[in-house]
Ligand binder design. Structure first.
Ligand SMILES: CCCCC/C=C\C/C=C\CCC/C=C/C(=O)SCCNC(=O)CCNC(=O)[C@H](O)C(C)(C)COP(=O)(O)OP(=O)(O)OC[C@H]1O[C@@H](n2cnc3c(N)ncnc32)[C@H](O)[C@@H]1OP(=O)(O)O
Length: 657
């Protein structure tokens, strides 16, 4: 959650010209240069309009407009190379039959996939001769029109003209012989050849660089209620499963975790219903169709504890992460939209009365510990020697944050380092030279993604800076709501790009300006200064200094202070209406209808702006649409029909005052 919006370039359309003209920072200057125009996918279309040239390395892959993977992207022409590439990057079952990417013969090598994902599945002997899939009559109906033998001489099954139909209720696919196909469709192919129903594939390691929209071929997360494995009694394969259980087998299972269930025999329904359910969890609730499909592979999830089939689960065991008891979440007044609906997510829970429960998710480079009783997670960077922000690191970062974002038990995140003396050394320099254009694009997009996700998070974010933090490391700290630094003068922080002979991107700069102000930012950026901790505190770059040994406790205390603010427990709501780019309160508990909601730097705890913007975007169904805040008013851009929005009462009280 932020006190002000992430800096946006001037091309961002606004519904109110007045709000636009009040922008204080000036990405417009950068927008004209092309080099750092933002975001890059808009850069491409704009460059076409302007006829300017944008460096190819800045152009990311697009996401198929037919898919729901990313709402950020505008439509692209069918047949466009980018379109085709991204189509292949998406799970086929998520694409409508009309998508040109669906007409790709499975027997044909799909360039750009095998190398990336390392699946080794695209080498073909007689490419394109057999095994053609065509879109069927309906978007989910695909017909195998030709089959034959695979390169090893095995007969390809099933028989010709097999219709494959998804079974939304079961979250799996059936062919016309009633045989089960792989839940994620990968059982359809073997060595690139169609074989029809097959065993549910074992979890495969997903290269972190294989991400949606990039043409990667790693298994993709399935999303939506109809895909949730937990509904079949098995593990939840949806990354955004609100319960956070399962794992979907899409990423490498943590060491020591139990093996996945044995694969079903061909033609035999998968043993989903026989898998015992976690006694603490009901089937996953349906996921809102407006929820975005994550572009990331799911975070490895802890497995459900083993359950003896002879011991029935206690019937009255309350789900620690299920719906809060009624007395903790009073129903909103009539006509008031719960915030969870407006945001398309479940409301966060107040601190649990149950005994403290901790969960830890450790990945390669980031350790995440969630204290469910406090609703606070700690993300510890553990990528020695210096926690440089490599593509893998950034990807893990986004996955971890997204997972926490969708965990109703988590309301705040503390970012810190497990590497002594270093918070983060910034962007991994080795990722920025000697690599391919595609790699640069992917890397740079990951940097932006990290920043956007952190900046627009609706969790409280606190940086506990326990070491040096140059450049990109400083950006992470700047992007948090609050910065506490160890008071060691040997630790320094700042945007030192100038010392490296490069220029901090304008959105680095704007984030910096938001925190320290124009003049300090100007001189600091010009000199590429790295400020020792005491100086950083003096110029406002960090909010407070504490002895290193007290850093954790202090961060926890600050977090509690923030979480104690009203509106955080998800219990009080107000309804606002968006008119002419301003938000007008139309009623709510203790809030007079018609009072103007004006938020921003002058508002109470202006950090609600970020939350507001999120609500605006979600309620308008345009998560990716441009939005804008400036001065003392908040507005949003893009399609702005009058919409009833729910925002925390704190926000509305601030505006109504
Ligand atoms: C070519 C095309 C590029 C195009 C790119 C596109 C756009 C780029 C343009 C602008 C981008 C601007 C945005 C940039 C943001 C950044 O974050 S750039 C990175 C800035 N970071 C730094 O300057 C940090 C430099 N490092 C240090 O100051 C120190 O290493 C330290 C972090 C203070 C730690 O010091 P110490 O404990 O003494 O450790 P060492 O110096 O001995 O380092 C240990 C090893 O770590 C390696 N390393 C350090 N930093 C990085 C890094 N950022 N990326 C990768 N690796 C790093 C260092 O080389 C040592 O490795 P070896 O042991 O020598 O193998």
């Amino acid at each position: 959650m932020r006190c002000c919006s992430p800096p946006r370039p001037a091309w961002v359309p606004t519904c109110s010209s007045s709000t636009r003209s009040r922008r204080s920072t000036g990405p417009a200057r950068a927008a004209g240069t092309g080099a750092w125009d933002w975001p890059p996918w808009r850069s491409r279309s704009r460059s076409r309009q302007r006829g300017s040239t944008i460096p190819a390395m800045l152009l990311p892959d697009a996401v198929c407009p037919h898919s729901t993977a990313s709402p950020r992207l505008g439509p692209r022409a069918a047949g466009d190379e980018v379109h085709r590439r991204c189509c292949r990057g998406q799970p086929r079952e998520l694409l409508p039959a009309s998508c040109p990417g669906m007409a790709v013969p499975l027997g044909e090598p799909e360039r750009g996939r095998a190398g990336r994902a390392g699946q080794g599945r695209t080498e073909r002997g007689s490419a394109g001769q057999d095994g053609m899939v065509q879109g069927g009559a309906g978007p989910w109906d695909h017909r195998i029109i030709k089959v034959g033998k695979d390169p090893q001489g095995h007969r390809v099954q099933p028989a010709p003209t097999t219709t494959i139909t998804p079974n939304p209720e079961q979250g799996a696919w059936l062919n016309n012989k009633g045989a089960w196909l792989s839940g994620n469709g990968r059982g359809l192919t073997e060595g690139g050849w169609l074989i029809g129903g097959g065993p549910t594939p074992r979890p495969r390691r997903v290269p972190l660089t294989s991400r949606a929209g990039n043409g990667g071929s790693g298994p993709r997360p399935l999303h939506g209620a109809d895909r949730c494995g937990a509904q079949r009694g098995g593990a939840c394969s949806a990354l955004l499963c609100p319960r956070g259980w399962g794992g979907g087998g899409l990423a490498t299972a943590p060491r020591g975790s139990p093996s996945p269930p044995p694969p079903a025999r061909r033609g035999v329904p998968p043993p989903g219903p026989r898998v015992p359910r976690c006694p603490l969890h009901a089937p996953c609730p349906p996921v809102s169709p407006t929820s975005p499909v994550s572009p990331y592979p799911p975070y490895p999830r802890p497995p459900c504890p083993p359950i003896s089939p002879h011991i029935p689960p206690p019937p009255q065991t309350p789900c620690p992460r299920g719906a809060a008891p009624p007395h903790l979440t009073p129903p909103p007044p009539p006509g008031v939209l719960p915030l969870s609906q407006a945001w398309g997510r479940a409301p966060r829970l107040p601190p649990s009365p149950l005994p403290a429960q901790r969960r830890a998710f450790s990945n390669n480079k980031i350790l995440v510990e969630l204290d469910e009783s406090a609703g606070v997670a700690t993300m510890k960077f553990k990528s020695p020697p210096v926690n440089s922000l490599s593509l893998d690191f950034l990807t893990e970062f986004c996955i971890s944050l997204e997972k926490l974002e969708n965990d109703r038990a988590c309301r705040g995140v503390i970012l810190t380092s497990a590497v002594p003396k270093i918070f983060s050394s910034g962007l991994d320099i080795t990722e920025m030279c000697g690599k391919s254009t595609e790699h640069y694009a992917e890397f740079w997009r990951a940097v932006q993604e990290m920043w956007l996700r952190l900046y627009s998070s609706n969790m409280v974010t606190v940086a506990a800076v326990n070491g040096s933090s140059p450049a990109g490391g400083c950006l992470i700290a700047l992007t948090c709501d609050y910065r506490i630094m160890a008071e060691n003068p040997k630790f320094s922080i700042g945007l030192n790009e100038a010392q490296l002979g490069i220029v901090a991107p304008f959105w680095f700069k704007d984030t910096f300006v938001n925190v320290v102000g124009h003049r300090v930012a100007e001189s600091s950026l010009q000199l590429g200064s790295l400020h020792p901790a005491p100086e950083a505190h003096r110029i406002g770059l960090v909010d407070e200094l504490v002895p290193e040994e007290k850093l954790k406790d202090r961060a926890t205390a600050v977090m509690q202070q923030w979480l104690a603010l009203p509106g955080k427990g998800g219990t009080s709501w107000a309804v606002t209406e968006c008119r002419n780019g301003d938000l007008t309160c139309v009623g709510g508990p203790g809030i007079e209808a018609g009072s103007c909601v004006s938020v921003g730097t002058g508002g109470v705890g202006g950090w609600e702006v970020g939350k507001l913007s999120k609500a605006v975007r979600a309620a308008l169904g345009c998560e990716g649409c441009a939005w804008h805040t400036a001065g003392r008013s908040a507005g949003c851009a893009g399609r702005l029909p009058p919409a009833q929005l729910a925002v925390p009462a704190l926000l509305s009280r601030a505006g109504g005052a």
